[in-house]
Design a protein around this ligand. Structure first.
Ligand code: UT7
Length: 318
């Protein structure tokens, strides 16, 4: 049994916030943000629009793309670090929005690596016969946990959601070939949120030692791609497309250089989406599928790196 991607979708809130607008809030400039990150703009959720709303829209588009309805789904997994509420899981809220009263729904929390962790878990469940058709969603409203006075972090993130429909298919051809996830809690103080229900009874704000995270990200991402390819018995040079977590264009470039990838193989949406955490990989992949770059049968490597630290990769034949 394998899990195969039957549909993909994404959603971005209407409101676009430019670097120019950022420079009216904190001491920064369009040129600094573009030079150091590649980011030009980001989308911001409207007041009263929650992570579940973004995730629901992405799931709806993915279901439509798959030619399926929520009746066909028996599992919803949502990767998010910005849930609507501490509980219940945002996945159950999306389940209700989709009109589903059957199956199961739960959240996964691995910050920016959440979608890769989600694929690791969902793929394993499908392979074990625990689900027939699942929607895996990455959805975030990071704008709600930013310190809008900290120029070192607030310029980097945006809101959005992406989703895939995974289906159990018999046989050994195509679909998700390998997933590989890692974490190391020794680095948790380099990227974290300074609040939470148990410790502070507040939501808190994102804190990051950006340049240290940068160095770990480049090294660990390059290594996890090599490890994932090796476990799948595939050469990195055989991979058609790389869909990285969209944190910083300089990270994408540095990883591509280490792995000798051609720049045109690397899907980049960071200029227009900024870092949407767990939503960034499915959002970028949706763009490349819908504009015709990623085609059926292509070998695609997804990767991400985030707080914890957590990191991972997933290799699939689309
Ligand atoms: O999604 C999880 C993974 N997250 C990441 O991978 C993020 C990784 N980190 C980064 O992307 C980069 O480290 C940043 C974009 C956050 C920062 O870029 P950097 O080249 O590492 O800059 P830096 O932190 O070393 O700061 C250089 C200077 C500092 O000023 P001084 O001390 O040299 O005077 C900062 O205060 O740039 C200053 N700075 C800014 N200046 C204008 C920091 N943020 C800004 C800003 N505008 N927004």
């Amino acid at each position: 049994m394998r899990s195969v991607i039957k549909g993909i979708g994404s959603y971005l809130p209407d409101r676009v916030m430019t670097n120019q607008e950022m420079s009216e809030l904190v001491e920064t400039s369009d040129s600094w943000i573009q030079e150091r990150t590649g980011i030009c703009e980001r989308h911001i959720a409207a007041e009263g629009q929650y992570t579940s709303d973004l995730g629901y829209e992405a799931a709806r588009v993915a279901l439509e793309h798959a030619g399926l309805t929520s009746k066909d789904i028996d599992l919803i997994v949502v990767a998010t670090s910005t849930p609507d509420l501490t509980f219940p899981a945002t996945a159950t809220i999306i389940q209700e929005k989709l009109g589903m009263h059957h199956g199961a729904a739960f959240d996964i929390q691995a910050v920016c690596s959440g979608f890769i962790y989600g694929m690791h878990v969902t793929n394993a469940l499908i392979r074990a016969g625990g689900a027939k058709r699942a929607i895996l969603i990455g959805a975030e409203t990071f704008s709600r946990i930013l310190d809008w006075t900290d120029r070192g972090t607030c310029v980097l993130f945006g809101d959005g959601a992406g989703a895939v429909v995974l289906e159990a298919v018999e046989g050994d051809e195509g679909g998700v070939l390998k997933t590989f996830v890692r974490s190391d809690g020794a680095h948790r103080d380099m990227l974290y949120v300074d609040g939470g229900p148990s410790r502070t009874q507040t939501v808190g704000h994102l804190r990051m030692l950006g340049n240290q995270v940068f160095k770990h990200a480049v090294t660990d991402i390059a290594q996890v791609i090599r490890d994932c390819a090796e476990q799948a018995e595939v050469e990195v040079s055989d991979i058609d497309w790389f869909v990285p977590h969209q944190a910083n264009q300089r990270i994408l470039n540095a990883v591509a250089k280490r792995l000798k990838l051609r720049p045109e193989q690397v899907i980049s949406t960071v200029a227009h989406h900024a870092n949407t955490s767990a939503a960034s990989v499915p959002l970028a992949m949706d763009v490349a599928v819908k504009d015709g770059r990623i085609k059926k049968g292509d070998l695609v490597m997804l990767e991400a790196f985030g707080g914890g630290f957590t990191w991972g990769a997933a290799l699939l034949r689309y």
